[in-house]
Design a protein around this ligand. Sequence first.
Ligand code: GLU
Length: 228
Amino acid sequence: MCGIVGYIGKKDIDNILLEGLKRLEYRGYDSAGIAVVNNGKINATKAVGRITELEKKITGDVGATVGISHTRWATHGEPTENNAHPHLSNDGKLALVHNGIIENYQEIKGRLLLSGHKFISETDTEVLAHLIGEKYKGNLLEAVQAALVEVRGSYGIAVVHADEPNRLVAARMGSPLIFGVGEREYFVASDVSAFLGHTNKVIYLNDGDIVDITDDSYKIYDIEQNLI
Ligand code: GLU
């Protein structure tokens, strides 16, 4: 299990995410990646090896409104670019980063394959991205909630969708996830050190919590899907 950093706000998203990932580097990782929502599209970049390799490939996402990033410690599939996160949904409009292990991914993958989904990685994580994408009917929170009830295993996840450029949804179960509240900006991370330079208003999410963040507000739901 390695690192997650997500950001919604007005600052330079690539910078915030890369800086956050670098603060998590001490935990070790084999590959890294980033995805932002920009101009109605997901723009994802991944690299095997150091974060500096990822940094070299990023072309600059002026106008991006929300982003997620990841350092991977492979559990399912070799450390390759295709297996690196973020993973996308079948239609390419949803991006997800994940720490942990989806135990029943093979079962879910089998069903998705039968309904025509195409996978590019060997990871358990890509299955979760496709599952949430399949549930998506215009509301990212509802799609995440609907998918997670079908999932067994451990996860810290952060998810964005191209059709909702001012929204970031994150959830945890058995894997750490921290939520940071700034001045009209919000952070999620697997470790508080990723964003401490920006805010010290920190909320430690509990297992089963889902946080639904927009550019100017947030709501946290517990495992029973009740608003906290
Ligand atoms: N199980 C996932 C994978 O192998 C996530 C690994 C991680 O926590 O970095 O891609």
